[in-house]
Design a protein around this ligand. Structure first.
Ligand code: ADP
Ligand code: MG
Length: 320
């Protein structure tokens, strides 16, 4: 099988939403009038972002999921994506499973693969995605206002617990470890939430590197600070099996949850809670946007007594 057979067999499907899909030098798309394109790309490298022997079907899901999550965080409706793939060898079983996982998620959200690039090399996967958002309605990191509530979707920390278990920093029961693995390997992008939030939230991002680190990006770009009430954070139940310091780390600084963190005016509390019910997704109000006023830490975590907790970790940094 050569490169072109590979593309035809595993990655070429009908793409009715675009004018021209796979097969020419470029794809052609028409943007809905009155909309902007939100464009994002994410690269996943074996040994860095996933274990080299990762299940290919789950990997196909995850590579697309992290990109869909970026669209969710912008309040954009994902429409199409391209795929760049470096493969160490022609491995049809791997390709079949990878494309199955990727297209299952693509179908769930109605997005189409319209092009890409394929080469031999150390396993790495890069997906570029685009989505549409009504002009001026995108959810930016720079939109947070003083006194905004800070909200988080879902339960935090299970994906980080899976990594702790796999790297033997923590010991989980086999069944718990499996549930955490599902959260790490098969994140569910919060696309519907992001779309609904474009009318309710002032700022948003997705949680890929941990709440503290990610929220500090909102603070930097909105020129504000944040306080988080630790007892309002809904930790994944699996974290009960971790010692309390590791659970703290997993829920505040653990990556890979791909939940959304957003800020919104107090006036929207009831509407946001109703939205959570409608989507059957817990939405927790975990803190408040405050003035920066010479604070040394952009994101402070307060304990039950309202005292600032001393946390040495600040989120994951690939170059630390
Ligand atoms: P070029 O020589 O212009 O780089 P290629 O020969 O690499 O074109 O690709 C041929 C067609 O197949 C193009 O339309 C490209 O977008 C598509 N393509 C290549 N690799 C992939 C892939 N992994 N997934 C989807 N489409 C791909
Ligand atoms: Mg090419």
């Amino acid at each position: 099988m050569n490169e072109f057979d590979l593309i035809a067999q595993y990655f070429t499907r009908s793409t009715p939403s675009v004018d021209l899909g796979i097969g020419d030098d470029a794809a052609l798309v028409t943007v809905t009038p009155g909309h902007q394109l939100a464009i994002s790309v994410d690269m996943l490298v074996a040994g860095r972002h996933f274990f080299a022997d990762a299940d290919p079907e789950r990997l196909g899901h995850k590579c697309l999921a992290v990109n869909l999550s970026d669209m969710a965080a912008m309040g954009a409706k994902p429409t199409w994506f391209t795929l760049s793939l470096a493969l160490p060898a022609m491995d049809e079983a791997w390709l079949a499973a990878f494309s199955r996982g990727m297209f299952a998620l693509a179908d769930q959200f109605g997005v189409e693969l319209i092009g890409g690039d394929t080469t031999r090399g150390p396993l790495s996967i890069s997906i570029q995605i685009a989505g549409e958002v009504p002009k001026g309605k995108a959810l930016l990191r720079s939109g947070a206002q003083i006194d905004d509530d800070i909200w988080v979707s879902g339960l935090l920390g299970a994906a980080a617990a899976a990594v702790m278990h796999r790297t033997q920093r923590a010991q989980l029961n086999a069944e718990t470890a499996q549930r955490c693995d599902l959260r790490l390997d098969l994140p569910q992008p919060r696309v519907e939430l992001g779309l609904a939030l474009s009318e309710l939230a002032n700022a948003a991002l997705d949680l890929s590197d941990g709440l503290i680190g990610d929220l500090s990006h909102i603070c930097e770009q909105s020129n504000c600070a944040a306080e988080i009430y630790f007892n309002k954070i809904q930790q994944a139940i699996e974290l009960k099996e971790l010692d309390s310091l590791l659970a703290l780390e997993a829920s505040l600084a653990g990556g890979d949850d791909y939940e959304l963190c957003f800020t919104a005016s107090e006036q929207n509390r009831a509407a946001i809670l109703a939205l959570g019910k409608l989507l059957n997704l817990p939405l927790s109000r975990v803190g408040k946007i405050i003035p920066r006023n010479g604070l040394t830490r952009l994101v402070q975590v307060l304990n039950e007594d309202g005292q600032v907790m001393d946390l040495s970790f600040t989120g994951f940094d690939h170059f630390k």
